[in-house]
Design a binder for this molecule. Structure first.
Ligand code: HPA
Ligand code: ZN
Length: 311
């Protein structure tokens, strides 16, 4: 099936780290992996919730050391995205997850910056970077890191908020989002993935976000749904992620079709494709088959993604 051209607006570049590349980079950097072999690593891609995934996601990042590693990671993803007819990709990355391991910001930015520069000619995908802050790290650290990114002229178009959601309400991060706004950066945040619908409202009202990542739990709050429909706030939904992290029991129960019918501005994305069983095309075919989406539904979803992109 040829998919309509689409924008990938919710993908964590570190979540595109495939087991094979983990082994390749470990070898290149002389790192001993705590797994018996590739199959042992693959067998660990079973999750109970967001935190059980995050534990493996952060552990595997240790193989990313040099600027070249980050470039290779991002270009491998962008080549794969091109096969799914992605024409624009706004890549999340987690600067703090690298800083805490002793990898300099300049290394991360040099590596990812080179990839987005080379992408149009090498993969055909236009790419941009969004720095995400970890809600389970101190809010003051986020402000410090964003200040450094701004000072170094890092090639980012915006900021986001990710990692463990429960008990870390968006309002804790008002200062870093205000700083981003002052510098003309776009603002997005994960909200309503595992956290309550109220976090979506807070992300809009306190952080001033232009898109909500996930947002599926908005359905628990009819007044919020009405507002999201009225304002056509983009919700970047990641179906395979929701099932693999057990926010949704089976794909047949995914609320995406209901969200479309309600008139919400939803689009389909892949989140952490190496961990959740597939890229954008895999997500599209999985929901299409499970929910019986029509060609018109798929066209709407792809069009929503392009309209919600920051370009
Ligand atoms: N949710 C929250 N934080 C994340 C995710 C996710 O799916 N992937 C990487 N960081
Ligand atoms: Zn995400």
């Amino acid at each position: 099936m040829t998919l309509s051209p689409a924008a990938e607006l919710h993908v964590h570049i570190e979540g595109t780290l495939e087991p094979e590349l983990i082994y390749e980079l470990a070898e290149r950097n002389g790192i001993d992996l705590p797994y018996a072999d590739l199959d042992d690593l693959r067998a660990r891609y079973e999750f109970d919730d967001l935190q059980s995934f995050l534990d493996l996601y952060y552990a595997n990042m240790q193989v990313l050391v040099t600027a070249q590693d980050f470039t290779d990671l991002a270009l491998a993803y962008l080549h794969r995205a091109a096969q799914a007819n992605v024409v624009r990709a706004e890549l999340f990355f987690d600067p703090q997850a690298h800083l805490v391991r002793g990898v300099e910001l300049s290394t991360v930015m040099e590596g990812l910056g080179a990839a987005i520069k080379r992408s149009p000619s090498e993969t055909g995908v236009e790419a941009a970077l969004i720095a995400c802050f970890l809600r389970d790290r101190p809010p003051a650290e986020a402000v410090e890191v964003l200040s450094e990114l701004i000072a170094m002229g890092a090639p980012i178009i915006g900021i986001g908020l990710d990692s463990a959601e429960r008990d870390y309400p968006p309002r804790l991060f008002k200062e870093v989002f205000d700083l981003a706004a002052e510098h003309g950066l776009h603002r997005v945040a994960h909200a309503g993935e595992e956290g309550p619908a109220d976090y979506i409202r807070e992300a809009l009202d306190v952080l001033g976000v232009e898109r909500v990542d996930h947002g599926v739990r908005c359905l628990e709050d009819p007044d919020l749904v009405e507002r999201l429909v009225r304002d056509q706030v983009p919700l970047t939904v990641c179906p395979l992620s929701n099932v693999r992290l057990k926010g949704v029991a089976r794909m047949e129960e995914h609320p995406l079709k209901r969200m479309l019918e309600l008139g919400l501005n939803v689009s389909i994305h892949s989140d952490d494709p190496a961990y959740f069983g597939g890229y954008l095309d895999d997500n599209v075919t999985a929901v299409r088959d499970a929910l019986g989406l029509t060609p018109e539904d798929l066209e709407t979803l792809a069009a929503n993604s392009l309209a919600s992109a920051f370009r």
